[in-house]
Write a protein that binds this ligand. Structure first.
Ligand SMILES: Cc1cc2nc3c(=O)[nH]c(=O)nc-3n(C[C@H](O)[C@H](O)[C@H](O)COP(=O)(O)OP(=O)(O)OC[C@H]3O[C@@H](n4cnc5c(N)ncnc54)[C@H](O)[C@@H]3O)c2cc1C
Length: 533
């Protein structure tokens, strides 16, 4: 108590109009758009000691390497590309380096380019057919629910026409490799997990995959510099979001109970500009592991789907509506990891940029500890001395538990075998991502699992209002998992953050960005396409 008998102000209780949980692209975008529109009564609560979330760069040797997002997927209508352009982050001068892929067998034999080309074209065609179910009226064959099953059916019909068993086998291995690659693109363990009717819901933007010369992480700076520094609180892991924590308009009763809402904003005040609104309600109370408490009118939750799967039940009070919890359960948040190997000297031929690994089927070894590495579908050059391997699903999760020297030895054995060269050196360093084990991500990105649908993403995106009379929601959701066409991408996260900010700023419905997505021909992914010229 203070000397005059009034309670001491609690330094751990902070008031702000808008609380943004998470400082990844979605949270930063929400903050950026609020600030640009003159709204600065907000705080970003970020658990980690850095911003960016799944956009993160580290130095390896003399290079900067992205551990998460790497490609701006698509140019036309891509707000991230526009942002990068505005800030001079795109390199228009240096032409992209040619991407030359070879495919090799376990016996160290390289597949003729014509065969690789043939199978890649056929594969693209099979994938396109899967995507078409989303907009077309016709249905897939009975009992085929997943992309994996559909592609395997097409593959078996295709292979039936090839009489020579060796030729057929080689093509089968190539299809298997491309399916593994697809699991890294989609973010799953197996393509049998991906809903066939829904895969086409992902919208492709034209223009190919763009790499920023200073890395994807350079895109964070234009956002960060607009956000007032004092609004960005790192090392603030949120553990509780109370969202009907209505106070009776006094500033000092932060410990009052969670009684039902008693002060309802009058219709006229709800039409006021959001900048003019005062701290009258504090419908939201957000608590952090460090003991700090934030009271506000709105919360924008950008927690990744993996974190929601793990924590949504305990984090929200009252609990989220069941339609949201069920959508969180149904959607997939798979694991995709990178294995980055640093070498003293180059060893791959300068003209080769990627080696596809054509693993034989290994039915006998079902123990993951003995066969996890067979999920690595390729090794690609980042530079002449930095090599990147991709791995997905259960095997990626297992890899995350291994010490680096095991990964180094395993990758060296693989490269020596497939390139048929016992002198391939050992890397001097290995960096493996651990997106699944990261408690503030718990996976890599969102996919639509068999039995879920684009509607589930829309359910997740749906803001929550305290009552029907309210114009502005109390809990808003943003993040890649809330964008119904661009889920799994940075531009999806960016747009979702912008939409959340618009809900709060506008009394009208938010305007979604309009993009022209017709005639998109790229692979539906941000993973760099195989260029077979
Ligand atoms: C390996 C990999 C490669 C990728 N490649 C690409 C690519 O090339 N192109 C592309 O467009 N996309 C790519 N993506 C996807 C892209 O990175 C994400 O879609 C995007 O960055 C997600 O942004 P977000 O804001 O939704 O989530 P996040 O970036 O995950 O941000 C959420 C934030 O919330 C914080 N947080 C979590 N829990 C708490 C808590 N309890 N309290 C407070 N804060 C918390 C996290 O620390 C994080 O900063 C890739 C992702 C991965 C993993």
């Amino acid at each position: 108590m203070a000397q005059n008998g009034a309670p001491e102000p609690d330094n751990n209780v902070h008031k702000t109009k808008i609380i943004i949980v998470g400082g990844g692209m979605a949270g930063l975008s929400a903050a950026y758009h609020l600030t640009k529109n003159g709204v600065t009564d907000y705080k970003i609560l970020e658990a980690r000691g850095r911003i960016g979330g799944r956009i993160i760069q580290i130095p390896i040797g003399n290079e900067k390497v992205e551990l998460g997002a790497n490609w701006i997927h698509g140019v036309l209508g891509n707000p991230i590309y526009e942002l990068a352009m505005q800030h001079g982050l795109v390199d228009f001068i240096s032409p992209p380096k040619p991407h030359k892929v070879v495919a090799a067998t376990e016996q160290g034999k390289q597949v003729p380019f014509t065969v690789l080309h043939e199978i890649y074209e056929a594969y693209l065609c099979f994938l396109k057919r899967c995507e078409e179910y989303f907009i077309s009226q016709y249905l897939p064959p009975e009992g085929i629910d997943s992309v994996g099953e559909h592609i395997k059916l097409e593959v078996s019909l295709y292979l039936d026409k090839i009489k020579d068993p060796l030729e057929r086998r080689l093509r089968e291995l190539l299809f298997n490799c491309l399916l593994k690659r697809e699991t890294c693109i989609s973010g799953c363990d197996d393509m049998n997990e991906i809903d066939l009717l829904e895969i086409g819901s992902y919208t492709e933007l034209q223009g190919g995959n763009i790499v920023l010369p200073n890395g994807y992480s350079a895109i964070l700076e234009p956002l960060r510099k607009v956000i007032p520094q004092e609004n960005l609180l790192t090392r603030h892991p949120v553990n509780k979001i109370k969202w009907n924590h209505n106070k009776k308009s006094t500033d000092n009763d932060s410990d009052s109970d969670d009684s039902d809402r008693t002060v309802i904003e009058s219709p006229s005040s709800s039409r006021e500009s959001s900048c003019e609104k005062t701290f009258s309600k504090h419908n939201v109370e957000v608590m952090c592991d460090n003991g700090k408490k934030f009271l506000g009118d709105h919360v924008i939750c950008t927690l990744p789907l993996g974190v929601l799967k793990h924590n949504a039940n305990s984090m929200f009070h009252p609990p989220l509506p069941s339609y949201k919890l069920e959508a969180i359960d149904r959607l997939l948040f798979g694991t995709v990891d990178k294995i980055i190997l640093e070498y003293e000297r180059p060893f791959l031929h300068p003209s080769i940029t990627e080696v596809l690994l054509l693993w034989e089927e290994d039915g006998e070894k079902s123990d993951i500890s003995e066969n996890w590495y067979r999920k690595i579908y390729s090794f690609a050059k980042i530079t002449e001395t930095l090599i990147l391997g991709w791995i997905s699903g259960k095997e990626a999760e297992y890899m995350e538990t291994l010490p680096n020297d095991i990964v180094i030895d395993t990758c060296t054995t693989i490269l020596r075998k497939f390139l048929n060269d016992p002198f391939i050196p050992k890397p001097k360093r290995c960096v493996c991502t651990s997106w699944h084990s990261q408690q503030y991500t718990r996976g890599s990105y969102t996919a639509i699992a068999v039995g879920s649908s684009q509607l589930d993403i829309e359910y997740l995106a749906q803001p929550i209002y305290l009552d029907e009379g309210e114009r502005k929601p109390v809990v808003l959701f943003a993040g890649e998992h809330t964008h119904s066409n661009f889920y799994s991408t940075v531009h999806g996260a960016y747009l979702s953050g912008r939409t959340a900010s618009q809900y709060i700023m506008n009394s009208e419905e938010p305007q979604e960005i309009v993009v022209d997505c017709e005639d998109a021909t790229d692979l539906s992914s941000w993973v760099q396409g195989i260029c077979l010229e």
